[in-house]
Design a protein around this ligand. Structure first.
Ligand code: FAD
Length: 312
């Protein structure tokens, strides 16, 4: 058995999800290689090589791999597949694009959104918006897997770095050309990998009200999240949405402010280690689920909390 993890990276930086996918892959119990595919990705490859538990990093550096399109990454992975029994990607934008295409080309079933590795062909994954956990037995000669990175602890740093071996990525099809990219810039941590998330619901009342949520997040060094109701009302941007149709978060601490705890929202926070809920209604589902439930008006509690944290 041998495993290939496909690294996530962005703007010359290895994404935090890769260390988590490596630790998931290590649970399969075989040597783990990491593929870094991109353009000018030497620094990313060196960062990946410093992760604990890596046998080697394979670096495919080519202009056609700049945005890691599935149309180019899949033929590269097909070339490498003969060296491995498992190809593991994070269940992010690239993984969701590549895994079905790769599996179809190999004539097998991809197993997606894995939250636990039970064996080389046994995995757990959430279904029904996280309301049930499915155990999948996939007795096939080769596995294409996507892993919900937030469900795994990140691999640490190795005492000595693994080797970085360049590949010859000539002849890859350049069917897709990236014309532009639009990014939301911000100084807050990334929601999907933040240690602390402060999220607001519809009862925050306005985009102005969300400034209060942001102030608390800033005081805690946290990312800001929101419910779909708050996003639909225009109080918070789309990319703050947490839940079934938003982002999946797995912070050490999740603070839900004026959030009822609808199933679709809870689907996004199941990996949170501790939950604090602030709500006027002690019967709200999130209050019942929370480790600490503060019953009261968010407009009184949040400024007090922020001031107290800023004062310490
Ligand atoms: P509400 O449910 O209206 O809750 C507001 C809460 O604020 C209440 O508990 C109330 O007691 C409390 N409150 C009121 N005033 C105050 C105050 N002054 N101080 C403190 N507390 C107060 N939702 C998501 O979040 N993410 C998703 O990804 C998502 N996907 C969906 C997908 C589908 C297919 C569908 C049908 C729905 C989806 N939803 C999603 C919507 C979801 O069902 C809920 O409607 C939504 O999560 C509710 O948001 P909320 O908690 O902000 O609002």
């Amino acid at each position: 058995m041998a495993i290939l993890v496909v690294a996530d990276h962005d703007r010359g930086m290895l994404a935090p999800s890769t260390a988590r996918v490596v630790s998931a892959a290590a649970a399969l119990g075989a040597p783990v290689d990491v593929l870094v595919a991109g353009e000018g990705a030497e620094i990313v490859a060196r960062a990946a090589a410093s992760l604990n538990g890596i046998a080697r990093v394979r670096l495919a550096d080519a202009a056609a791999l700049r945005a890691q399109p599935a149309e180019t990454l899949t033929p590269l992975l097909l070339r490498l597949a003969g060296d491995y029994t498992h190809i593991v990607l994070s269940a992010g934008a690239v993984g969701r694009d590549v895994a079905p295409r790769l599996a179809a080309k190999l004539g097998l079933m991809p197993v997606t959104d894995i939250i636990a590795i039970l064996g080389p062909d046994r995995f757990e994954r959430p279904i029904y918006a996280g309301n049930a956990i499915q155990t999948v037995h996939a007795p096939q000669p080769f596995q294409v897997l996507t892993v919900r990175a937030s469900a795994f602890r990140p691999a640490g740093s190795a005492a000595t770095s693994a080797s970085v071996e360049p590949l010859e990525p000539e002849g890859l099809p350049a069917l897709v050309r990236q014309l532009s990219e639009a990014r939301t810039e911000g100084d807050r941590p990334d929601l999907a990998t933040a240690r602390i998330v402060v999220a607001g619901g519809i009862s925050v009342g306005s985009a102005e009200g969300f400034k209060m949520i942001e102030a608390l997040a800033r005081a805690l060094g946290a990312a800001v999240g929101a419910t779909r109701a708050a996003v639909d009302a225009g109080y918070a941007p789309n990319d703050w949405q947490v839940g079934q149709t938003g982002k999946i978060v797995a912070p050490d601490l999740y603070i839900g402010i004026g959030i009822s705890g609808a199933l679709q929202h809870l689907a996004g926070i199941q990996g949170a280690r501790r939950i604090i809920a602030i709500n006027t209604d002690p019967e709200a589902p999130l209050m019942k689920l929370a480790d600490y439930a503060l019953v009261g008006d968010l407009f009184e509690i949040v400024p007090l909390l922020t001031a107290r944290i800023e004062a310490t």
